[in-house]
Design a binder for this molecule. Structure first.
Ligand code: ADP
Length: 439
C-alpha cells in the first residue's frame, strides 16, 4: 500500500515538475491528478461490471496493475475457494440424493406447518406423491385418513403408526416421525406388508385355536361339574382327581376367554367417536363384584369418585380393564388388606387408580408386567388362578382409549395402578349431580 501511494505521489510530482519547467506547474499538477483519477475510475468500472455479471466464472476476474492488481488477485483466490467449496457440497448432495433414491424406505422432509419440502422416490411410490405438483402441499391433504391426521397433529411420535397404503389397500405402511430443528419433521415410511400379514396370521391362529378349544372344554367342564355335584356317590380315590380336573378345566376356560378377548381387541378397529360411558356406575358395579370376593379375605375395598366426568369409550372394554385391575388388587393383597379405587380429575385429564397395600412388585418386573403370560411371581399367580393375560388386556384397552398404564410399587408395601385419560376422551355432564362421595 505504501509502495502504491509512493508511486502515485511520484507520478503527480513528475507532472507538476514538467508543468513547472514549461511555466504552468498548476496545469501539470491538474493533468497528473486527472490521469490518476481516470485510472482509478477505469479499474472501479471493471470491478463493478464484473460484480454485476451473473454466473461469473471463478477465473474470470479482471486484471489490473498495482493496488488494483492485488485486489483482483485476492478476489480471484476468494472466488476459487468458494467455487471449490460449492463443488464439494454439490458432490455431497448428489451422493445423498443417489443414496436416498436407492433406499427402499420412503423419506419425507416436512416443515413446521406440515408441508412437503422434499421426498425420495420410494416415498413417491409408497404414498403416490407427485413431483413437483405436491411440493408445498400439507401432508394431511395428501394422506387424509383420520388416524393419520390425528397421529400427525397430536405430535406424540414415540410409537409408529401402521396404515394401508393410499395407492394399494393390500399394502401396509409403517409411518415413523422424528421432530428436528424448529418443529420440522422427518417422516420415514416403511413397507411392512409381510410383517402385517404374519401378524394377522398369528392373531387368526390364536383366535381360531381358542374358539375350537372352547366347545370340547365346555363339554368336559359340564361333565366334571355334574360329577362334582355327586362327589358323595363316587369312590373315594376319585374325589381329589375330579376336584383337581374341575379346577384346571376352569383355568383353561378363563385362559380361552382372555385369549379371545385379546384377539378381539387386536383385530377390531377403533371407532370414533365412542358412546359416553358412565364411569361412576361402572366402578360401583366392579367394586360390588370385588367385595363379594374380598369379603372372605376380610379386605376393605373403598370407592372414591371425585369427578362426574364420563369417558368416550366402549363400556365392555373399559369394564374388562378396570375390573382386571381391581381383581388383581384383591388377588395380590393378603387377608385384612385395604384396596382403594379412585376416579378423579387431574389437570385437563382424568385418572382411574387402584391402590392396594398388598405384596407389591420388584422394580425389575414392572416394565414387563403387560407382556402376555409374564408373571412377577409365577407360583402366586397360578395359585390365585391367574391367566397371565390380565394386564395385557388392560394395556390394549387403554391404548384404544388413548391412555396408558402407570405402575408404582414397592415389594411388601403395595402397588398403585393408574390410567390417565386425556381431555379429548372425557365427556362433561353438567346436569349430573355431584357424585364426589366416597362409598
Ligand atoms: P395374572 O393373571 O397372573 O394375575 P396379570 O397380567 O393380571 O396376570 O398380572 C401379571 C402379573 O403382575 C401377576 O402375575 C402379578 O405377579 C403381578 N401383579 C398384577 N397386579 C398386581 C398387584 N396388584 N399386586 C402385586 N402384583 C401384581
Amino acid at each position: 500500500m505504501r509502495h502504491f501511494v509512493g508511486r502515485q505521489c511520484l507520478i503527480i510530482a513528475a507532472c507538476a515538475l514538467l508543468g513547472l519547467f514549461s511555466g504552468h506547474w498548476l496545469v501539470g499538477l491538474t493533468i497528473g491528478l486527472g490521469v490518476m483519477l481516470c485510472w482509478q475510475l477505469w479499474h472501479m468500472h471493471k470491478l463493478v461490471r464484473w460484480l454485476a455479471r451473473n454466473n461469473v466464472e471463478y477465473d474470470d476476474v479482471p486484471e489490473g496493475k498495482g493496488l488494483w492488481g492485488d485486489v483482483f488477485d485476492e478476489l480471484y483466490r476468494l472466488n476459487r475457494r468458494s467455487h471449490d467449496e460449492q463443488q464439494r457440497l454439490r458432490a455431497i448432495i448428489a451422493r445423498i440424493q443417489d443414496s436416498t433414491a436407492a433406499l427402499r424406505d420412503g423419506v419425507i422432509l416436512l416443515d413446521e406447518d406440515g408441508t412437503l419440502e422434499w421426498w425420495n422416490q420410494a416415498a413417491s411410490r409408497l404414498l403416490g406423491l407427485r413431483y413437483p405438483q405436491d411440493r408445498g402441499q400439507p401432508i394431511t391433504h395428501l394422506i387424509r385418513r383420520p388416524d393419520f391426521v390425528r397421529y400427525f397433529e397430536q405430535c406424540r411420535y414415540q410409537d409408529p403408526l401402521e396404515i394401508p397404503a393410499p395407492a394399494n389397500v393390500r399394502q401396509f405402511l409403517q409411518i415413523s416421525i422424528t421432530l428436528f430443528g424448529k418443529g420440522d419433521r422427518l417422516m420415514l415410511v416403511q413397507d411392512v406388508t409381510r410383517l402385517h400379514n404374519l401378524e394377522i396370521m398369528r392373531q387368526d391362529f390364536v383366535a381360531n385355536a381358542s374358539h375350537e378349544l372352547r366347545t370340547p372344554l365346555t363339554v368336559i367342564s359340564g361333565y366334571l361339574e355334574t360329577l362334582g355335584d355327586h362327589l358323595d356317590q363316587l369312590p373315594r380315590p376319585w374325589v381329589r382327581p375330579i376336584q383337581q380336573m374341575a379346577r384346571q378345566a376352569k383355568r383353561m376356560e378363563n385362559l380361552i376367554v382372555d385369549l379371545l378377548t385379546l384377539s378381539r381387541l387386536e383385530t377390531s378397529q377403533v371407532e370414533y367417536p365412542h358412546e359416553p360411558v358412565n364411569v361412576s356406575a361402572l366402578l360401583r358395579q366392579i367394586v360390588n363384584d370385588a367385595e363379594s370376593l374380598s369379603v372372605d379375605k376380610g379386605q376393605t375395598v373403598t370407592l372414591d369418585i371425585r369427578s362426574p366426568l364420563q369417558l368416550h369409550g366402549r363400556e365392555q372394554e373399559l369394564h374388562s380393564a378396570f375390573s382386571n385391575l381391581v381383581m388383581n388388587a384383591v388377588k395380590y393383597t393378603p387377608d385384612e388388606g385395604r384396596i382403594q379405587v379412585r376416579w378423579y380429575q387431574d389437570g385437563d385429564g382424568a385418572c382411574f387408580e387402584v391402590e392396594d397395600d398388598g405384596v407389591g412388585i420388584e422394580a425389575d418386573h414392572i416394565p414387563r408386567l403387560t407382556e402376555r403370560f409374564y408373571r412377577a411371581d409365577p407360583s402366586r399367580s397360578l395359585e390365585s388362578g391367574g391367566t397371565g393375560l390380565g394386564l395385557a388386556i388392560v394395556k390394549h384397552v387403554l391404548l384404544r382409549h388413548e391412555s396408558s398404564l402407570h405402575i408404582e410399587s414397592e415389594p411388601g408395601q403395595g402397588s398403585i395402578f393408574r390410567a390417565r385419560f386425556p381431555a379429548n376422551m372425557l365427556v362433561e355432564i353438567p346436569a349430573l349431580r355431584d357424585e364426589s362421595t366416597a362409598d
